[in-house]
Design a protein. Sequence first.
Length: 196
Amino acid sequence: MTMGMRKRTSLGLVAALCLVCLWGCAPRLAPATPAGVTLQPGRYLTAYYRAPDFAPAQATYIMSAFEVETAQGVAADTFKGLFMEELTLAFRANGLKLSDQGDTVVNGTVQFVAVRGAAFRFLRGKIDADLIVSAAITRGGNTGFACQDRISLSSPVNPGPPAPKEEELLLRQAARTFAIHLLNEMLLYWPPAEGK
């Protein structure tokens, strides 16, 4: 009886230790926001800041390239190209003006991007992607909008060999999801009620 109890306790402690280690290795949102900006929880984004006078529909945007700090399972340059393409397409699809001569700059950092599960794809039938992004929209040195978002996606479960370009499609979906969250938070805004 005592030996069985000790064995379960040992297994429980080992399992708890493994969970703590995995939790400690999980990526965190880094404080990559402009000075003087306080983020609050968003409806679509993880956190955001919006200046009271920010009017996204009237601006002409310059899309600067987002830097990729940490990439696991994917080349940073490859993801950077996919990410910028999806972000640019989303801005144009929502009627926002992009130009090299704009007055409002969109810049940011992809703090973490990872594709996990490719080695065990044949067993699990899917792969996972994680994305953490910080972005800011500035005009004349003033921050009009800043945000952070964390996205985790999985490919559809499909046991067997991977589909052609499955990894690229999942990464595009992660980038597109960020763009959707960003534009929804920017464009679907209403001021807070008086007295709140």
